[in-house]
Ligand binder design. Structure first.
Ligand SMILES: [Mg+2]
Length: 262
């Protein structure tokens, strides 16, 4: 197996920003995805990992169980908008691009040729360039990224979401709200600002059901780390956000004299 230097360096980013391994969605395999619903939500492009996601490791043909789901995905997004990004086919170890051509033939979608392994920033840049070059360009926040490894596929998905170096280290941009005077604004003006839905971003989807067991220890470590991040980082942050939102809602209600009576 070739040395994946970007993959080895990803844990360094994890130490600074543990959220970098958190997927937006986890499913057993792609049969559990509603591609029509994703399209309705504004997603127009898909990046797929190959090994142990679409194919058996080292093979170029689709796993027969997911043929129907794959066909639906290609129809929903359109063939140019579905891209395979593998750390085998299309890399420097794929001499002459023979495997990439074989994968393209069997899966009927393009395969990205990339110089650096996932989740390298240069690979992220090449994905952006591919989708920007389409007749109807697809933006980062219109992409879903699907794969079976947290430290390659999901880290790459989260890197596609980053807009600045501050987000790389986990500093989230403040939500800028229009300047409203709480003493004069009505509750109906304030509430949308306090309860506005999250904006769409690149969606990382983790497939948990592997077709062939491999890298079992690494997968075990990834799973345990994710459990820890969800418990010790994500859940407390959500609780703080909820408490803050409730406090602000209470203030808005108090200002307008229309509180909920608590
Ligand atoms: Mg894989």
């Amino acid at each position: 197996m070739p040395l994946n230097v970007p993959g080895i360096l990803a844990p360094l980013q994890f130490l600074v920003n543990p959220r970098v391994i958190v997927p937006g969605l986890s499913v057993k395999d792609i049969r559990h995805l509603d591609f029509h619903a994703l399209k309705r939500a504004g997603y127009r492009g898909a990046v797929f990992d190959k090994d142990n996601c679409l194919t058996l490791p080292g093979k170029d043909t689709l796993v027969p169980d997911i043929e129907e789901a794959w066909e639906e995905c290609r129809q929903v997004f359109g063939e140019g908008n579905v891209l395979v990004v593998s750390n085998s086919a299309g890399t420097h170890i794929d001499a002459g691009g023979i495997q990439a051509e074989s994968v393209r033939h069997h899966l009927k979608v393009p395969v990205l040729f990339h110089r650096s392994m996932k989740p390298a920033y240069s690979c992220v840049k090449q994905i952006r360039s591919y989708f920007a070059s389409l007749h109807d360009p697809v933006k980062d926040d219109e992409l879903i990224v699907i794969g079976d490894r947290l430290f390659t596929d999901i880290v790459m998905a989260n890197r596609l979401r980053e807009k600045s170096w501050t987000e790389r280290i986990g500093v989230r941009p403040a939500i800028t709200a229009p300047a409203l005077n709480p003493q004069t604004a009505s509750q109906s003006e304030m509430l949308p600002l306090l309860t506005s839905p999250p904006t769409r971003t690149t969606l990382g989807i983790w497939t948990t059901g592997v077709w062939v067991k491999e890298a079992t220890f690494m997968r075990f470590c990834e799973r345990k780390l994710l459990e820890g991040v969800r418990k010790w980082v994500v859940a407390p942050a959500k609780a703080r956000e909820k408490a803050k939102s409730l406090t602000q809602t209470g203030c808005a209600g108090g200002e307008t004299g229309q509180g909920d009576g608590e």
